[in-house]
Write a protein that binds this ligand. Structure first.
Ligand code: PGA
Length: 257
């Protein structure tokens, strides 16, 4: 399966910084030549238009902009109406967004998003032809209590339950909460073990489990990416901190070849 490397910029960036980062990534991709690895940038919603225009302009100059897909970091469960502050799937689609992260642990933790809400967000994305990147992952407390498998299976089961007929269209990201932004990465073996559990769960839920990419996220960086990406069930990465530095992000993409 070809790999997917998605940058999750979180609430970082500015017009000037984004311009420089996207240009450096596209130039680096162009210099590296044809790649089988898919690349996505999940930026704050406000900047999606800026980045989409820049990518189009770069592609016109034959710089590798065309190889970069756009992603959002969230999506409303609602289609339209009185939902102050929300961004709908139709709006994202208008700006050429291909992916939407749903159920990131920061949204579960700081915005009280339940498994049910995450599942509805995945549904809203699918309804608009946007691929949801469904995040699952255990806290340190849950891991230490031996509950990792139970937690990730419960989180994924909710999404499967509501989206069963098109579950082969999602991307899953396993992101152990204790590894996010902490510099503590799951060992390749730890990550692979959880990915295998998720793969088995997907196999039971769809006739096309081979279509579903399972990404690893949590302090993936230029130094540890190759080893993580070499695991049989790790189909790519969801990269936070290291996606804000073009040289690091490019090294991770190179490791995914
Ligand atoms: P990190 O974040 O790479 O900075 O740990 C990953 C994520 O939260 O998606």
């Amino acid at each position: 399966m070809s790999k997917l490397i998605a940058g999750n910029w979180k609430m970082n960036g500015s017009l000037a910084a984004n311009q420089a980062l996207v240009e450096a990534i596209a130039t680096g991709l162009a210099a590296a030549g044809p790649t089988k690895c898919a690349v996505a940038l999940c930026a704050p919603a406000l900047y999606l238009d800026q980045i989409s225009r820049q990518i189009k302009a770069l592609a016109q100059q034959n710089i590798a902009g065309a190889a970069i897909d756009l992603g959002a970091q969230d999506i409303s469960v609602h289609a339209s109406g009185a939902y102050t502050g929300e961004v709908s799937g139709a709006m994202l689609k208008e700006f050429g967004v291909r992916y939407a992260i749903v159920g990131h642990s920061e949204r579960r933790q700081y915005h009280g998003e339940s498994d049910a809400v995450v599942s509805l967000k995945a549904k809203a994305a699918l309804a608009h032809g946007i691929t949801p990147i469904v995040c699952v992952g255990e806290t340190l407390e849950q891991r230490e209590a031996g509950k990792t498998e139970e937690v990730v299976k419960r989180q994924l089961a909710a999404v499967i339950h509501d989206n069963g007929h098109c579950i082969s269209e999602i991307v899953v990201a396993y992101e152990p909460v204790w590894a996010i932004g902490t510099g503590k990465t799951a060992t390749p073996e730890m990550a692979q073990a959880v990915h295998a559990v998720l793969r088995a769960q997907l196999k039971a839920a769809t006739a096309h489990p081979e279509r579903v990419k399972i990404l690893y996220g949590g302090s993936m960086n230029a130094a540890n990416a190759a080893e993580l990406l070499a695991q049989g069930d790790i189909d790519g990465g969801l990269i936070g901190g290291a996606s804000l530095k073009a040289p690091d992000f490019l090294k991770i993409i190179a490791a995914a070849q």
